[in-house]
Design a protein around this ligand. Structure first.
Ligand code: TXA
Ligand code: MG
Length: 366
């Protein structure tokens, strides 16, 4: 299939996209978190097409995007007061809330669950698309299943070209990590996926909030409550490891360890990338001259690629660049990746959740 690509603010783009959605087709669009792959949430066959386009297991439910708080009452069987408080405070914005679903939401959209995930995005392009189409848009992140989520239209084009009807290009997204997911269907609210809306921000409004225990310590016997959290995710093709000090930060010992490991990998003939921060960028000087290369090649110097994620003190910048950095490693055919740990900033919950899963929980402590 030919995929139409238009800028979000191009004349006729939103109209074309909503025509496609109303005809049961699929449109990728920008949100403030990551690009979404949208289809009509109330049309089971559109949801099936989403799973197929992503190569996603059909037991992993989709988030339903709305543009008006009132729509929650049409989709959810029950709207607890606590949820109303959160909707009031954080919508539109990067918070997804899990409700008991009404029968009109197809089981295909919710992966067979009796609950439905709902979010109101704040991105103007997403908002306009939902308004113009007049439907509820089911949208997972617009990446192939298992790959890092797309933060630019180019990422979507790489994964979805030829697989979906249209891509709306709204440039780079603002936040870069998926929404926080909170489940309000039980006795206590539970975070199923950490994001920009932190536990602390939720607790200030609704009291104690639990974090799904399966997220805190990976344990094969614990099943995450958000089905999507059980799959390996966000993984680059190369072998990624996180390096940290005992206190969870990146210090001189971490830098030294990464330099040693990167050199070893280069010497064994592997291509290497180091994901780092402004604070440490200049401390990585790993390169091999021709005389100590073991692969016998001549004529070029081999060195580790140093990829900058931002300053350690600016979690938001690191979050916004993480997925693009992982994709850059794939583009460059990097085989071994070392990344500094990020347990020391305000967004460490969200950043480390994604990073640990991308690394298959491989952490080297120095
Ligand atoms: O920021 C976001 O949330 C982005 C943008 C596009 O809105 N969307 C997104 O969707 O990240 P996706 O499909 O990549 O992740 C949705 C997560 C999955 O882990 C899924 O298992 C979980 O939400 N989820 C969806 N419905 C659920 C439900 N009823 N109960 C528990 N978890 C649910
Ligand atoms: Mg996703």
């Amino acid at each position: 299939m030919d995929t139409i690509i238009m800028k979000t603010d191009e004349a006729g783009a939103i109209e074309k996209a909503s025509e496609i959605l109303n005809a049961g087709g699929l449109v990728a669009f920008p949100t403030e978190t990551v690009y979404g792959l949208g289809g009509n949430a109330l049309d089971a066959s559109a949801s099936s097409r989403i799973y197929a386009a992503k190569g996603r297991p059909s037991d992993n439910p989709l988030i339903v995007h709305i543009a008006d708080t009132k729509d929650v009452y049409k989709l959810a069987e029950e709207v607890p007061e606590m949820a109303e408080t959160l909707m009031e405070a954080f919508w539109p914005g990067p918070l997804t809330i899990i409700f008991k679903k009404k029968a009109l939401v197809p089981d295909t959209t919710t992966g067979g669950l009796p609950t439905v995930a709902i979010r109101m995005p704040s991105h103007p392009g997403a908002y306009e698309l939902i308004r113009e189409s007049g439907i509820y848009i089911a949208a997972p992140s617009a990446n192939l299943s298992g790959k890092p989520s797309p933060t630019t239209a180019q990422h979507v084009i790489e994964d979805m070209s030829g697989r979906i009807d249209m891509i709306l290009d709204g440039g780079a997204v603002g936040l870069g990590l998926e929404s926080t997911i909170v489940d309000v269907t039980g006795d206590h609210p539970v975070i199923l996926r950490p994001g920009f809306i932190t536990k602390k921000m939720l607790e200030e409004l609704i009291g104690p909030v639990e974090i799904d225990p399966a997220l805190i310590k990976p344990d094969k016997n614990l099943r995450p409550k958000a089905p999507g959290m059980k799959y390996t995710h966000y993984a680059p093709s190369g072998d990624l490891a996180i390096v940290e000090s005992a206190s969870g930060t990146a210090n001189d010992a971490v830098v030294n360890k990464i330099n040693v490991l990167a050199r070893e990998a280069l010497e064994s003939g592997k291509s290497v990338a180091i994901l780092t921060t402004k604070e440490h960028r200049d401390s990585y000087g790993v390169s091999l001259s021709n005389d100590n290369r073991s692969d016998g090649q001549e004529g070029c110097l081999k060195s580790a690629q140093v990829i900058l994620l931002g300053s350690r003190s600016e979690g938001a910048t690191v979050a916004s660049r993480l997925y693009a950095a992982l994709r850059e490693c794939d583009e460059k055919g990097i085989e071994v990746i070392y990344c500094e740990s990020f347990r020391d900033n305000e967004l460490s919950g969200a950043i480390m959740n994604r990073l640990l899963r991308a690394a298959g929980h491989k952490v080297i402590t120095v």
